[in-house]
Design a protein around this ligand. Sequence first.
Ligand SMILES: Nc1ncnc2c1ncn2[C@@H]1O[C@H](COP(=O)(O)OP(=O)(O)O)[C@@H](O)[C@H]1O
Ligand SMILES: [Mg+2]
Length: 283
Amino acid sequence: MNAVNDLHAANAVNAADDAPRDLLTVRGLTVRFGGLVAVNALDLSVREGEIFALVGPNGAGKTTLLNCVSGFTQPSAGSLTFDGVDLLARSRHQRAALGIGRTFQNVQLFASMTVLDNLLAAQHAHLRASFAASLLPFGPAIAEDRRARAHGRDILALLGIERYADVIAGALPFGVQKLVGVARALALRPRLVLLDEPAAGMPQTEVTQFAASLRRWRAELHVTFVLIEHNMSLVQSVAETVCVLDYGRKLAEGAPTEALTSPAVLEAYLGSAGAQEVGSAER
Ligand SMILES: Nc1ncnc2c1ncn2[C@@H]1O[C@H](COP(=O)(O)OP(=O)(O)O)[C@@H](O)[C@H]1O
Ligand SMILES: [Mg+2]
């Protein structure tokens, strides 16, 4: 807990010295699937360097929001800006090249490839050598491939899974596959990483470890994280900002304790009795 307090204190000092900029800005974002409004006129900002948690019940629109940012879903209305760049004018690959990485709720590795080759396949989009050049058994492509392999192994080591580098990904337990999914996103040298329920199904002891890992990866790789997460102890211990979604709308946003105990959130989760209690306590 002290480490968390230290981190928050350090961030507060940084904020006073040099206010962090918004890295991702979402304005009026709306996604309709037929008659269903999955994301409804949503506004939010993610500051550079923070861990930003998105929480809310199943179907709240969390994954749809990440899909809009990474380019897998086209919104019906609104804007998305990443470091001043209009994301909606960019393809999925261009967004990855700008430094937006993601993981998937259901992992989606190349099951028959090794762990390291999964990382390399993702990095290929970033390698400077053209695809044609990469087919030649000499020249700059070889050097790039060597660099990509070394970088991939470094990332696996940072995540503590380097011993699986040459193992076929599909043969690994689901928990390790999820970490490989994170490694694949981090191997692209991203600035923003979108994690969709990375700790789902993890035992609580591993969740505690995962919180420490997230902070370490942020510090070592200088990445900003948007994290969809149902485990509130993880959210409380790791996030600087929490945004609570329900039916595609923002119920609350702010520091974890304030956001998670706001009247709108208590009402949505506990019913109006919970909200009245909070309301009367405030008066
Ligand atoms: N491709 C799609 N087509 C139709 N409906 C979808 C699609 N993707 C998501 N939805 C619906 O949009 C809502 C939000 O889904 P989602 O973003 O996956 O929620 P969450 O990740 O918060 O659980 C849900 O009602 C879901 O059924
Ligand atoms: Mg989801």
